[in-house]
Design a protein around this ligand. Structure first.
Ligand SMILES: Nc1ncnc2c1ncn2[C@@H]1O[C@H](COP(=O)(O)OP(=O)(O)OP(=O)(O)O)[C@@H](O)[C@H]1O
Ligand SMILES: [Mg+2]
Length: 261
């Protein structure tokens, strides 16, 4: 019998019964049905999808095609009505609400279009918030939050409040916060939607760096230029996957030109 020790800085999943560690997510015939009066709305209609660890996905598709439903489901904010969602090998359909929120806290990071920072808290405190919810407080949390702030280029803004930052800086804080629990998957809903093009590009470079460091990233976007940063573009249509295409490495990637073999 092996005793699991906690701290391994490889990508080892902390849900123990994950099988095939190169798979993070698997959807099998996933349906999400909303009851509207006497009508059923299939926001997701039998989706099959496999997401490998370390891959970077962009989800697009027209309004009402099911993008937000898909992201909410992947983010364990919701369960499928029918079908199987395996996250790190664990079936999300079988979990209680408490387990679901525990899985979110431990395994997922969220980045939103509107940043969703707490205005009363400093940069450092905002970043430390998910740690707080996991019972990590005091010097440990502060130190970890400061490190993450530095990682997103805001090491000199720890005491600032969100209103004292530019939009791009606020989104960097939100990304640092999303990373603070070292999530298996980073989910981003239109992360550049409220930013000008140049600032949006710098956020995409940051996501590209995180991807290069091995993070799994799933992002909803309706902008082709933004989607081009991902490895895979998934297009939704009427609650299902219309197409998945693979992108060439994005020119902004630091490893471009050097990915020889
Ligand atoms: N809570 C809900 N109750 C009922 N129907 C819903 C609910 N949420 C979504 N839907 C329906 O499910 C379908 C997919 O919605 P979803 O929000 O996933 O689309 P979307 O691709 O994110 O669209 P948009 O680009 O406009 O944000 C739509 O037809 C929508 O009306
Ligand atoms: Mg949406």
């Amino acid at each position: 019998m092996s005793t699991m020790t906690q701290q391994s800085d490889t990508e080892a999943p902390s849900i123990p019964h994950a099988e095939g560690t190169d798979l993070v997510i698997r959807l099998e015939q996933v349906w999400k049905t909303y009851q509207m009066g006497d009508q059923d709305v299939n926001a997701l209609a039998g989706v099959d999808l496999t997401i490998k660890r370390g891959s970077f996905w962009a989800i697009s598709g027209s309004s009402g095609s099911g993008k937000s439903t898909m992201l909410n489901l992947l983010g364990c904010l919701d369960r499928p009505t029918k079908g199987t969602y395996l996250l790190e090998g664990r079936n999300i359909a079988d979990t209680s609400d408490d387990e679901l929120s525990d899985i979110r806290l431990k395994h997922l990071g969220f980045v939103f279009q509107n940043f969703h920072l707490i205005p009363q808290l400093t940069v450092q405190e905002n970043i430390a918030l998910p740690l707080f919810y996991q019972g990590i407080i005091g010097a440990d949390a502060s130190e970890q939050a400061a490190k993450l702030a530095t990682r997103v280029g805001l090491g000199d803004r720890l005491e600032h409040r969100p209103t004292e930052l530019s939009g791009g800086q606020q989104q960097r804080v939100a990304i640092a916060r999303a990373l603070s629990n070292n999530p298996s998957v980073l989910l981003a809903d239109e992360p550049t939607g409220n930013l000008d093009t140049a600032t949006g590009n710098s956020i995409m470079e940051l996501l590209g760096e995180l991807h290069a460091q091995g993070k799994t990233i799933i992002m909803v976007t309706h902008e082709p230029d933004i989607a081009a940063h991902a490895d895979y573009e998934l297009v939704m249509r009427d609650g299902n996957i219309e197409s998945i295409s693979e992108n060439p490495p994005h020119p902004s990637r630091s490893d471009h030109g050097g990915h020889g073999s």
